[in-house]
Design a protein around this ligand. Structure first.
Ligand code: UD1
Length: 418
């Protein structure tokens, strides 16, 4: 028996929806707690499968992890274990984010190599090169990255590409290294700002936060912290696209509108009425959307994690659009599933040409990753007839209470055992 989502298309989404903390931040913040013995507290934590996997990983490292509502406490021992096993890493590639803090705290880290996934090959070369520059010895043996150091030394690290993961690994290694580290061409994603703010709360000395040059002066030790996780801009963006596609009216709260500036502008180009104020965005749509071109780039460019949702939007738009994917080479795999719903999409390398159709028609489809899954559900919400989405465990990894929230907004969707 597997869970599937059954969707009857055609209902506009209306109402209010609150956005929880960001998956792509909380996992790294949980790893960062390893840097200080004692009990740290994270608030606004989303109730998603990846948080459960990271909790399990931290427990195996000797931490005590407790969840109460949307708050988790993590009690980190004076001597954490330093091995992240393959059985967890293969379930969640973001487990690699324990590499930097374990090396900094324990002088050693044995972390299973995650391998590729359904969106691309996802190298780790920049993580490893950065740690080596800081004096670590890192080898890849029997499927594990084995890192060792007798004390990390601050270094200047130039990233070939502003990788989110590599910036985080090097940052977490640098905060307690001896002397100054500079990360040039650092990622500027809101989730990087979030981890910097948490590390500063723990006593780290970081300047240039939010810019592409992070300057870190190593401190001797860090202390536990209480920190609120930044809101999930990708979940918020998914709801915004859903409002436009279903020609509905959603008020999305608990968000930072400035972190979604470009996707919201694209939705306005598509014809949506978008109003933002404080931590709320209202998105309304009264007509069929115009197709909109999208080019994914590191922040503040258009987020790759909203690309499948925008392809779904274009699939029922007026006109045609070119979507260019610059981060993950295999992310277009899902368009074959979208084509099962009648979408007209042609891909060539990292470009996808979408010719909008007046209607999609419901069919069984398979989610291949989290965001592709979200894109397929959105398409199912507007397709004529019934759509069954398989592979929903991917969606559960990143969207808390997705089905229940959609039901509350008027969608005809249910989770059934198939
Ligand atoms: C994170 C997000 C993911 C998001 C992505 C880009 C998490 C858990 N995941 O992934 O949802 O889509 O940022 O915003 O936060 N690369 C290398 N070598 C490296 C590191 C990266 O070649 O050492 C390549 C990757 O293969 C990929 C590109 O750089 O093609 C971007 O990767 P990166 O920014 O590191 O993304 P992640 O941290 O993996």
């Amino acid at each position: 028996m597997v869970s599937v989502f059954r969707i009857e298309g055609g209902s506009p989404l209306r109402g209010a929806v609150a956005v929880p903390g960001a998956k792509n931040s909380v996992l790294k913040l949980m790893a960062a707690t390893l840097l200080a013995p004692g009990t740290s507290e994270l608030m606004n934590v989303p109730d998603i499968e990846d948080v459960a996997i990271m909790s399990e990983l931290l427990r195996r490292l000797g931490c005590e992890v407790n969840h109460v509502g949307s708050t988790i406490t993590i009690a980190v021992p004076h001597r954490p274990d330093h091995r992240a096993d393959y059985d967890l890493v293969r379930r969640m590639r973001a487990s690699i984010c324990v590499l930097g803090p374990l090396l900094a705290r324990c002088g050693a880290a044995d972390v299973a190599v995650p391998g590729g996934d359904n969106i691309g090959s996802r190298g780790l070369d920049m993580h490893v090169d950065g740690l080596r520059k800081m004096g670590a010895h890192v080898k890849n043996e029997h499927g594990y990255l084995l890192a060792e150091s007798e004390g990390l030394i601050g270094a200047q690290v130039f990233l070939d590409f502003p990788s989110v993961g590599a910036t985080e690994t090097i940052l977490m290694a640098a905060v307690t290294a001896q002397g100054e580290s500079i990360i040039e061409n650092a990622a500027r994603e809101p989730e990087i700002i979030d981890i910097c703010m948490m590390l500063v709360g723990m006593g780290a000395d970081i300047s240039g936060i939010g810019s592409s040059t992070l300057i870190i002066s190593g401190v001797n030790s860090l202390k536990p912290v209480s920190h609120r996780v930044v809101s999930d801009r990708i979940v918020a963006g998914t709801w915004a696209v859903a409002a436009v596609m279903t020609q509905g009216d959603l008020t999305i709260s608990g968000v930072s509108p400035q972190y979604l500036a470009l996707p919201l502008e694209k939705l306005q180009t598509a014809g949506a009425l978008v109003e933002s104020g404080g931590d709320t965005i209202r998105v309304r749509m009264n007509e069929r959307a115009q197709c909109v071109d999208v080019v994914t780039l590191p922040y503040p460019g258009f987020p790759t994690d909203l690309q499948p949702q925008f392809i779904a939007l274009n699939a029922i738009g007026q006109g045609a659009a070119l979507v260019t994917e610059n981060l993950f080479e295999a992310r277009f795999r899902f368009v074959q599933e979208l084509a099962r719903l009648g979408a007209d999409v042609r891909t060539d390398g990292h470009h996808a040409l979408i010719r909008g159709r007046e209607a999609l028609s419901g069919a069984p489809v398979e989610a291949t990753d989290i965001r592709a899954g979200a894109g397929l559900v959105l398409a199912g919400l507007v397709a004529q007839g019934s759509t069954t989405v398989y592979g929903v465990s991917h969606i559960d990894r990143g969207y808390a209470g997705f089905v229940e929230t959609l039901q509350g907004l008027g969608a005809k969707i249910e989770r059934v055992e198939d």
